[in-house]
Design a protein around this ligand. Structure first.
Ligand code: GLA
Length: 697
């Protein structure tokens, strides 16, 4: 007797479900690719277990919580104040090569749950879920998992990220829990810990090999990701948006759709999972012309002059930017009415009459005449109590009647759930974009939400962005929330870049950028050369090290070039030229991350045929001579010619010796590079060796 299966196969991974007519499909496999042949039904292999219900309740896509399933649930409902337990007695499963669609109905309550799993180009699985009320009475949805799935018994560790403003994306690895592991965001935005996501490493998994499950949720608000162990010895992962109590009530005929959850199942280690996520994000990105054009070099005015500017000062800054090769100039905070510090002005999106008496249009035109695009900073979801908008509409800010209304950075959050607020913001931004030749908005969000805005706030923001993108399809948008407080797949369809961190110190940036790239591709990772000493940390680094660390991302400058020594300014211009000549390899291609001996970390970008390799030494080496660097991604290359383009940083102090080996390009076999390793030059602390590799077979 064989089971009736529904399955998806990515080439690396398989997802196998066992279909039943009278209930949700059972999970059979989610791991390395398998050939199920005529698999016997799960029931045949399961014997009764003591102190268990007489009728077996194995793990399904929608297990009956409250009626025999004691593990995590995909759905929690209430009706008339009572818990509503849906029993999905009817199930229809349909499938193509790319999609499994499961329609589950509960004839008693009228609740319908539609789950779908899509196999995306690139190999990731995309889970989505929709619950509908087909009954006669209202139903409250307390929880709707985007995904609920099994993890392999060989799971060994969970990698996740946490962070704060100026210290985003700090990676931590924890062993699999004996009870439960939870990452719950309650700040109203995805937060400085990065996208809501986890990476589960199976035994022996590394950057380059082994089984890895990596999940990210396409959601920018509160979320919950959990890994729980049940008493059968399984680990079960769940992920979904968190709703406020009473927030989601479905009247008859109404539905709610959970945000997508994207799951990479890789047998090629973390880099394989990262590649699947990058591919999935590239499918969600909406470039103005449909395809990404080379990412232009930015100069962002914030750390160059903060709030202290006017037209003349900005024109001079823009001129200096144009001279070193900048292609897009962004006027940051401080340009609008009464905005001389962070105490006033948010909400009133017209130019400050003192700083910009003719508005920002003449400035934008002058910037464009210099050959650069013009971008402008806005923070639409916010309002200062000291603003005309707040004086007119105090009730538009999120508040709870009779409770305190805490400010942060002297600002409150507008209630984007209110159509009138969205209409006001659309009209204000639309007018600005019509009047001024703006090709880029930096869209900021500088605080956590208190009180909470719930999912209505997130959906309201998405709606506003959708309207604006439709009205101004050529305008690119940068997502920012005090640096990387809202860099997530939920925002990806609306933006074209994220500001990764307000901390531009290159030493701090190395781990932050590696964390960012676990889920999001480098072409949307804002990476700037900042001042030295760095404003966020006070630490000083050479121009070369700062530029080389920023190089793999979407490159930019966050300083006033006129304040640089002539030598540094010339060097920065030269790095900008370097970026322009290599960005075709850095973006839209593959990325590999790895670790070498003696604290070295590396990143390669491009293809296995042609790539740039960055070998980054942050702290001074302890070994007398550098150990070779193994590059497993080249294992299949027949032969590879490698040129040491430059060593960035470490110029000061004792002379650094460059090995004669690299006076000319060197050819190695792929197996040598993968298993014996690339000879490295000695690297001082805070330096980066940049190599160009080309498959020469
Ligand atoms: C946030 C951003 C900065 C800058 C300031 C302006 O902190 O991350 O880049 O735009 O706001 O107030």
């Amino acid at each position: 007797m064989s089971a009736q299966l529904a399955s998806l196969h990515s080439g690396q991974a398989s997802l196998v479900l066992e279909c039943r007519n009278d209930g949700p499909p059972l999970w059979r496999h989610l791991g390395a690719q398998v050939e199920p042949l005529d698999l016997a039904p799960l029931a045949l292999g399961r014997t009764p277990a003591s102190f268990s219900l007489d009728e077996d309740v194995p793990f399904s896509t929608a297990p009956p919580s409250g009626l025999g399933w004691f593990g995590p649930t995909c759905l929690a409902l209430r009706q008339s104040g009572q818990r509503l337990v849906p029993v999905f007695a009817q199930a229809e499963v349909s499938q193509t090569e790319q999609t499994i669609r499961i329609v589950l109905s509960d004839p008693v309550s009228g609740v319908e749950l539609v789950q779908s799993i899509d196999l995306l180009a690139g190999g990731a699985f995309c889970f989505s879920a929709q619950v509908s009320n087909r009954g006669a009475a209202a139903v409250e949805v307390e929880w709707l998992a985007s995904a609920l799935f099994p993890l392999a018994a060989s799971s060994a560790a969970i990698v996740s990220w946490h962070g704060r403003h100026n210290a985003e994306l700090s990676e931590c690895t924890e062993p699999m829990p004996q009870q439960a592991w939870v990452r719950e965001g309650r700040r109203g935005i995805s937060g400085h810990g990065g996208p809501p996501g986890i990476v589960v490493l199976n035994e022996g998994a590394s950057h380059h090999a082994g089984l890895v499950h990596a999940l990210q949720l396409a959601w920018s608000g509160d979320s919950r990701i959990a890994v729980e162990r049940d008493d059968e010895g399984n680990w079960i992962a769940s992920a979904g948006a968190v709703f406020q109590p009473g927030e989601v009530v479905l009247g008859p005929g109404e539905s709610i759709t959970a945000p997508d959850a994207i799951l990479a199942v890789s047998t090629k280690g973390r880099n394989g999972a990262m590649a699947q996520h990058h591919a999935a994000m590239r499918q969600r990105l909406c470039w103005p012309t449909g395809t990404m054009r080379p990412r232009p070099v930015h100069l962002n005015s914030w750390e160059a002059c903060y709030f202290d500017h006017d037209e003349d000062r900005i024109v001079a800054l823009a001129q200096a930017a144009a001279e070193i090769g900048v292609e897009r100039f962004i006027l940051d905070d401080g340009w609008f009415r009464a905005r001389n510090d962070d105490r006033a002005g948010l909400g009133d999106w017209t130019a400050d009459p003192v700083k910009y008496p003719q508005g920002v249009k003449p400035l934008a035109e002058r910037v464009r005449a210099m050959g650069m695009e013009f971008g402008l900073w806005v923070e639409p979801e916010m309002v200062n109590p000291d603003s005309d908008l707040y004086r007119r509409h105090p009730d538009w800010a999120l508040h709870l009647a009779g409770r305190p209304q805490p400010t942060a950075r002297n600002q409150l959050v507008l209630n984007l759930g209110l159509p009138a607020v969205r209409d006001y913001l659309f009209a204000a931004l639309d007018a600005l974009l019509r009047e001024v030749p703006i090709s880029y908005l930096k869209w900021d969000h500088n605080r956590d939400l208190a009180p909470a805005g719930g999912q209505a706030q997130v959906l309201g923001t998405y709606d506003l962005l959708t309207r604006l993108r439709a009205a101004h399809p050529d305008v690119e948008i940068e997502g920012c929330a005090g640096g990387g407080g809202r860099s997530d797949a939920g925002m990806v369809p609306y933006v074209h870049r994220f500001w990764t961190s307000d901390n531009i110190d290159a030493v701090s940036r190395v781990p932050v950028q590696r964390g960012f790239q676990a889920f999001l591709p480098p072409e949307i990772m804002g990476a700037h050369v900042g001042a030295s000493p760095a404003h966020a940390t006070g630490r000083s680094q050479s121009m070369g090290f700062r530029a080389a660390v920023a190089m793999p991302g979407h490159f930019g400058v966050e300083l006033d070039p006129r304040q640089l020594a002539d030598e540094d300014r010339a060097e920065l211009a030269e790095w900008i030229a370097f970026y322009k000549s290599w960005r075709h390899l850095l973006h839209g291609q593959s990325t590999w991350l790895g670790e070498g001996p003696d604290g070295l970390v590396w990143q390669a970008a491009g293809t296995a045929q042609e790539f740039l390799l960055f070998a980054i030494q942050v702290a001074p080496q302890m070994n007398r001579r550098p150990q070779p660097l193994r590059l497993p991604f080249l294992a299949d290359a027949k032969s590879c010619t490698i040129e040491l383009l430059r060593i960035a940083g470490g110029e000061r102090g004792h002379a650094a010796h460059r090995p004669a080996l690299y006076d000319a390009a060197q050819t190695f076999s792929g197996s040598w590079l993968a298993h014996a390793g690339l000879p490295l030059p000695p690297l001082k602390g805070e330096s980066v060796a940049i190599f160009h590799g080309r498959n020469s077979a």
